[in-house]
Design a binder for this molecule. Structure first.
Ligand code: ZN
Length: 141
């Protein structure tokens, strides 16, 4: 199976997008591509473009959000790294066959209508990796 294409984004857990954003936009000069609520994960996300990749800031929408639990346990900070792939469904099957522990065995819809799947952090020494397949025509910039 071919290697992932690139780092799609790095996900960073924050308590408040409003408080976190000025560092990225004002101090670093990155462009805010957009914000979106992802109901399934109970998060509000903001994407900042950096070259071919993005930084994804994740703010919990409720105490039940996995991001709220993450911040409670470990504080704000890097939450996950996402790989851009062409074939998230096949890849999850392939990984499962190889005995790699997964959080999602089937793709689900993430921000920007991407198909996503998370590997279990115990697969990679505590690092949470996401596979991310964007729709073929991706105009959201
Ligand atoms: Zn992500």
């Amino acid at each position: 199976m071919k290697a992932p294409n690139k780092i799609a984004h790095i996900g960073i857990a924050v308590k408040s997008l409003e408080q976190a954003l000025p560092f990225y936009t004002k101090h670093l000069g990155l462009t805010l591509v957009g914000t979106e609520e992802v109901e399934s994960e109970l998060v509000k996300v903001a994407f900042l473009q950096i070259g071919e990749s993005r930084i994804e800031l994740l703010e919990p929408l409720s105490d039940q959000s996995p991001i709220a639990k993450f911040i409670e346990k470990r504080g704000e900070g890097i939450h996950h790294i996402a790989f851009d792939v062409d074939d998230v469904g096949e890849r999850l099957i392939h990984l499962k066959e190889q005995g790699v522990p997964l959080i999602h065995e089937q793709p689900k819809e993430g921000a920007h209508h991407a198909q996503i799947g998370f590997l279990h952090p115990k697969a990679a020494g505590g690092v949470l990796y996401e596979l991310c397949q964007y729709p073929q025509v991706d105009h959201e910039g």
